[in-house]
Design a protein around this ligand. Structure first.
Ligand code: CA
Length: 437
């Protein structure tokens, strides 16, 4: 696991003023990576780092010659339209570039004149998915979500017997992953109306979001080579926000016996910024398993994972309806929870994914599954918050929701706070539902 070092020092200030506000998601201690270009320009996407309300253009910075040694090699790998090459370089290269960026963006840095010309305001940028994602796997790592949803789908048998032993997951679809800001048409499909014997076809009437964290694989592993638990995090580049949009009515009819299919693969939205595990180092926390629960099999068990395996990332879901947009009243918060409640850690998900010899590749994306906390208010989906549509969620302004309506935007946010450290955030992950095609 990444060690604390000078880049985490709360006292660091940047010559980019907006990075010092205390309220920004992107202080000097964060330095998340993404891919961007200036909006409306016919120019290539390239790597960038968020700093305050600006983006440092890594292609321009590399060209300006502000980095040396391993940091320069890392920056060069960020000059193209995806971060896969940089992700493949591994923790030493990631740390070298982070340290160089931290020093170059600090108050008093001699690099300021050269780098000032490499800044692009975030308000003038558009993003692409930060990596070419070869494969996307979605896990199911919240016991609270699995239990509540299991009860809705199978009242007599909510939690299947494998849940507490196996990190449950399925292979999702990479082609429909989009970056924050995307919109997509309400999916259509087969559903089985209540008390009906035959299905009907039409637009989903129970469209939902899922509040998840995305795990971007950095260094891959060879086919047939498993990644041990305590080596797993060396294969992880960083974390972002992920919305696994879900059509509950399609899901309810199709999901047995092989799991989610068309209920899930019409759209998945990720945040533009990937927060590195090194930036998250101050916010690690212990991972525990209740004494009465099965303890992990040896390949999913280690003292390091117990001591610091979890991440205390605060996660929020917000909804902005068409009415709220028209009235400029701002979105309504649906729920808030923390990634620390996950039943399995990031390292356990990676170790489990490779234990059979499955090869991960740079840029692969793993979803944690919907993150729901221990209380009903901490649920990460409308399915849970509305008790499967039986109890509308009040949004204020006379509006309520059981499931999503056309025009609704769902906004996921994430941040970390801890005494003695700078607050860092994930930006936002926004997606909007259009009417069915
Ligand atoms: Ca999911």
């Amino acid at each position: 696991m990444r060690a604390l070092n000078e880049t985490h020092d709360r006292g660091l200030r940047s010559w980019v003023d907006s990075a010092n506000s205390g309220a920004t998601d992107f202080p000097l201690q964060n330095l998340p990576f993404g891919v961007f270009r200036r909006e409306g320009r016919n120019e290539p996407f390239r790597g960038g780092v968020a700093i305050g309300d600006q983006i440092l253009d890594l292609a321009a910075a590399h060209k300006a010659g502000v980095f040396a040694g391993e940091a320069a090699h890392g920056a060069l790998a960020c000059t193209g339209p995806t971060l896969n090459g940089f992700m493949a370089m591994g923790p030493a290269a990631w740390a070298a570039l982070r340290l160089a960026l931290s020093r170059a963006l600090r108050e008093g840095s001699p690099m300021q004149p050269k780098l000032t010309a490499c800044l692009v305001p975030q308000a003038q940028a558009e993003h692409a998915v930060p990596a070419a994602i070869g494969d996307y796997t979605d896990f199911y790592a919240s016991l609270h979500h699995a239990t509540t949803v299991g009860r809705l789908f199978r009242p007599d048998n909510p939690l299947l017997p494998n849940y507490k032993w196996v990190p449950i997951g399925y292979h999702g679809r990479a082609s429909s992953i989009g970056v924050s800001g995307q919109s997509f048409p309400r999916p259509a499909g087969q559903t089985l109306p209540r008390d009906a014997q035959t299905p009907v076809f039409g637009p989903s009437r129970r469209l939902d979001y899922e509040l998840e964290v995305g795990i971007f694989v950095g260094v891959g592993n060879e086919l047939g080579e498993r990644v041990p638990l305590d080596a797993a995090e060396a294969h992880v580049f960083g974390l972002g926000l992920l919305n696994d949009w879900s059509a509950r009515d399609i899901q309810g009819w199709e999901y047995q016996p092989l799991g989610p299919f068309l209920a899930k693969n019409f759209a998945t939205t990720v945040s533009p910024w990937i927060v590195t595990l090194e930036a998250l180092a101050p916010f690690r926390t212990e991972w525990t398993r209740p004494a009465g629960d099965p303890q992990p099999l040896p390949y999913l068990e280690s003292a390091e994972n117990r001591a610091r395996g979890a991440f205390d990332v605060q996660l929020e879901a917000w909804l902005e309806s068409a009415q709220m947009r028209a009235a400029r009243s701002g979105p309504a918060r649906l729920s808030r929870t923390s990634l620390r409640h996950a039943y399995w850690t990031v390292a356990q998900l990676v170790a489990h994914h490779t234990v059979n010899g499955c090869n991960l590749q740079p840029g692969d994306l793993l979803g944690t599954g919907t993150q729901s906390g221990p209380t009903p208010e901490e649920a990460g989906s409308l399915l849970e918050l509305s008790d499967a549509g039986k109890r509308p969620v009040e949004l204020g302004g006379g509006e309520s929701r059981t499931f999503l309506q056309d025009g609704d935007a769902v906004i996921l946010r994430g941040f970390c706070e801890k005494a003695g450290y700078a607050r860092i955030g994930f930006g936002e992950c926004r997606g909007t539902v259009r009417p069915a095609a």
